[in-house]
Design a protein around this ligand. Structure first.
Ligand SMILES: Cc1cc2nc3c(=O)[nH]c(=O)nc-3n(C[C@H](O)[C@H](O)[C@H](O)COP(=O)(O)OP(=O)(O)OC[C@H]3O[C@@H](n4cnc5c(N)ncnc54)[C@H](O)[C@@H]3O)c2cc1C
Length: 440
């Protein structure tokens, strides 16, 4: 572990906003609009030295610290203390010989994907280009090609982090803090940059097929079988989406609840075969597969880009039967609150042990079942009751929950998001690097 020189504490280059400043909320605006942080001070960091100054300021005044990049993974808003925003730190430097990239704290997936593609490489990135690389990787990072390449955190090579004691450190393999950052999101500091490995992917065969949820009986067993039998090159996800009845929505799916089957294949043959069996099972209303550059991989899920208020939770499950899948989808369709479901096949390289110690919990999970809802104008209790009903059919096979997919103020305990081995690791790391408990 290398210690890096500390700057003068007054040397903050980025904007500093206080509680009563009119533009405080602009600095904190992110993808999640519910329950924003309401801190005493926000430091809009321009570099690692600004982060050191912010954390030192918090330590000197015994103030809690939170960090925000894009706000995609925002949970409950913190009241008081210091928030460090990292959105100005978007640098990405690719080393094509080593197949790595150094990525600053505020860089988004789209920044890294574009920089890597210039060298014929790709990160193990997820469904949405707007997500922050650091937050995604610290939470494990479930990529579209995760079954082939493992968790994004398996590709973490090094991290630069300002810990709760105000020290900027560079950590790598062999450091316990590094192990905790590999999927454990340990909340002991502000990561200022990560170095990640890249994979040789230029194009994939991918896309989404929209089918009518009324055909669920015919479609779901096919999707489950395609997922269960998929080669590691193939990523499989099933969305259940209540599509609004709006003119901007393509007519074939407007106003319907649809099954959105997303396929991504680095090889191509398995995805094409899956498309054929799906088309044989029921009419495809819209969509299909195509050869895509990795820079267009965000089009596979086609998730909305408009900031909004939402809450979401999930279950990592050991197995998924046809019956349980049918019940999950039926519960989502009949829930009193609009529920978007995403069922993704795990397994393959995601299930293999990491090289060295890491902090991903429940690698053995075969599937993840996610549910989320817009919370604008919807009572929280109704959202949570609906989410509980959607996940009830898999409660008996649930191993835990993935922290990166818990959104808003959804109730979740540490026991649910970290396996016991990981909890012990995180406790040791907190004691060593954030003894004053500024974070978390
Ligand atoms: C539309 C959408 C699609 C998604 N798709 C995927 C997917 O395919 N696969 C997947 O695995 N996840 C996915 N996610 C989840 C996403 O990876 C997590 O929510 C992640 O935490 C987002 O990080 P962020 O920095 O963008 O968000 P933020 O809300 O800014 O950060 C979330 C949390 O990450 C931590 N964090 C962020 N930056 C730092 C830092 N510099 N230092 C220390 N901690 C930090 C903090 O705990 C922070 O509270 C998706 C989320 C959304 C909203």
């Amino acid at each position: 572990m290398t210690r890096i020189a500390i700057p003068a504490l007054t040397d903050v280059r980025g904007p500093v906003r206080h509680r009563d400043d009119a533009d405080l909320s602009d600095e904190l605006a992110g993808f999640q609009t519910a329950d924003p942080h309401r801190p005493d001070v926000v430091v809009g960091a321009r570099d690692a030295h600004d982060v050191v100054a912010a954390v030192r300021h918090a330590a000197d005044h015994d103030l809690p610290v939170a960090v925000q990049a894009t706000g995609h993974g925002h949970t409950a808003g913190r009241v008081g203390g210091v928030v460090v925003t990292t959105g100005r730190m978007r640098g990405v430097a690719v080393d094509p010989m080593r197949r790595t990239a150094r990525v600053e704290a505020g860089a988004r997936s789209t920044d890294l994907v574009a920089a890597a593609a210039a060298h014929g490489l790709a990160p193990v990135s997820g469904s949405f280009p707007g997500v922050g690389v650091v937050g995604y990787t610290l939470g494990g990072g479930l990529g579209l090609l995760g079954r082939e390449y493992g968790w994004a955190s398996d590709h973490l090579r090094a991290a630069e982090i300002v810990t709760g004691d105000g020290v900027l450190r560079r950590v790598g393999p062999g450091d316990e803090l590094f192990a905790a950052l590999r999927g454990g999101r340990p909340d002991v500091g502000v990561v200022t940059a990560v170095t990640v490995g890249l994979v040789p992917v230029r194009t994939v065969v991918g896309g989404g097929l929209f089918l009518d949820a009324a055909d669920a009986d015919r479609v779901l067993p096919v999707v489950r079988r395609v997922g269960a039998q998929a080669p590691e090159s193939l990523g499989v996800s099933l969305g259940v989406v209540p599509v609004p009845d709006l003119d901007v929505v393509p007519a074939p799916i407007r106003g319907r609840t649809v099954l959105h089957v997303r396929l991504v294949d680095s090889d191509g043959a398995a995805a094409r075969a899956a498309e054929a069996v799906l088309r044989a099972a029921a009419p495809v209303l819209l969509g299909g597969l195509t050869e895509l550059p990795w820079t267009a991989s965000g089009s596979v899920f086609g998730e909305p880009e408009t900031p909004h208020a939402y809450e979401g939770t999930n279950a990592l499950v050991s197995e998924l039967s046809d019956e349980a899948l049918a019940e999950v989808v039926a519960a989502a369709r009949t829930a009193p609150v609009g529920c978007v479901v995403d069922v993704r096949r795990l397994g393959g390289a995601l299930a293999r042990p990491a090289e060295g110690i890491d902090a991903v919990s429940w690698r053995e999970a075969g599937w993840i079942v996610r549910v989320l809802s817009s919370t604008d104008g919807v009572p929280t209790a109704a959202v949570r009751a609906s989410h509980a009903a959607v996940l009830a059919p898999v409660a008996g096979v649930r191993l835990g929950r993935m922290a990166g997919f818990v959104y808003g103020a959804a109730p979740v305990t540490a026991d649910e998001v970290h396996a016991p081995r990981v909890r012990s690791l995180l406790a040791r790391v907190r004691e060593a690097y954030d003894p004053g408990r500024l974070f978390g």
